[in-house]
Ligand binder design. Sequence first.
Ligand code: PLP
Length: 458
Amino acid sequence: MSTGLVDSASTNVLPLALDHLYPIAVRGDGVWVEDSAGRRYLDAMSGGSMALTLGFGHPEIVAAMRSQAESLAYVNGERFTNPVREKLARELMTVAPEGFTRVRFVGGGAEANEMAIQLARSYHVERGEASRWRVITPAQAYHGPTLGTLAMTGRPGLQRPFDPYLPSQPHIPPSTSHFDPSGQAALDALDQIIEQAGPETISAFFMEAVSAAALPGYSPPRQFWEGLAERRDKYGFLLIFDEVVTGMGRTGHWFAGNVTPATPDIIATAKGLGAGYIAIGAVLCRERVYEPFARGSRIWNVGHTWDGAPVQCAVALQVIEILRRDGLINRVRERGETLRRQLEDALRDIPMVGEVHGHGYLLGVHYVDPRDPSRFLPPELGVAGKIDREAMARGLITLSTMPTRDGFAGDQTLFAPPFITSDDDLAEMVSRFAATIRQVAAGIEPALRGPVTAGGTA
Ligand code: PLP
């Protein structure tokens, strides 16, 4: 412990990666984290998970939390409602896409996604269409680590070794700019699934409107959105958005679903709702999804201990108040475009950098093999891991992934700073990031001198 680093032999915690050395974070201030050895890290990832949208140590959130904990910290939803839950529900309806009227609170992202799936299924059952249960999703996705959400990704790398527990759900390939720029191949795959499975078995199409870690900053092309909306109307399934990351301003809108060409029927959200101060998620739906319950069984009997607890709702209400008052969502929308250009300019002359894209403060950097930019980097080089380690050494928190073996994407980095980051700190993040990428690119250069032998097509 004297180095200020914890390894798996010196802890009782079961860490995420047993070979990783973990610094001990002891305090946070704005967009800076400090560890027990006094090292400071600039947070380009909003608390590491994209949750901490308003930075560390926000005094108004702390005050709201404290005040609610003093008056009524917790009461279960089975016997009572509470004023903050009621108010939060009303507030969310004012920023959700038009036609949304109901919300159910949960404890986090995976819970929200699972409940969204349950809500869609129950909607069909209430309407007398009990054959509808399948949920179609884009394969290159991450929706959480629970068994229900792991079934919603088409990535064997994430599903193993839990695959025996996972119901088989159909997936379509993502229409990325290289594989399927028009989105037609994805629509053809969707048609094939609907035909083979039978439209009467499809409950929902489930997706991120703008992807986070799985395909940073990616959103499907317009033709895909329009084709998806047409098929939803024709076949009667629901459209669910996983807005666990994108909800509450991340893409420069309250919800990505406020502006997508196909409007969702159900939205699951989480991270930014509690802004990293408390675990809270929410499932929002249109009146037409709620209506069959109102006319039918009049019961929605699925819930968790923490659903809608006052202290959680008080934090979320304060988050909404700050986002509104400080105009932060407009800032993310406008400043995000400049940030994307800053990143592009800083990385332009590095041959392994393929694309920089995204919306608001949800940006992705995608890497390619410099010898043949139509291919991903060879996975054995472990570039994503190298980037995150080098960035940490330079005092920058990033999140890179390498789903190359799943076949749809290569090494990539997500860039998702807190909304309150100053222009100077954004510039410093970009500068540290560019230095990181240069260093890693120089380090792998000798390994890339030979002919292209491995790595998938980019
Ligand atoms: N959906 C997306 C898009 C995510 O990025 C995550 C987490 O990173 C989840 C769902 C799961 O959320 P949670 O970790 O709160 O369960």
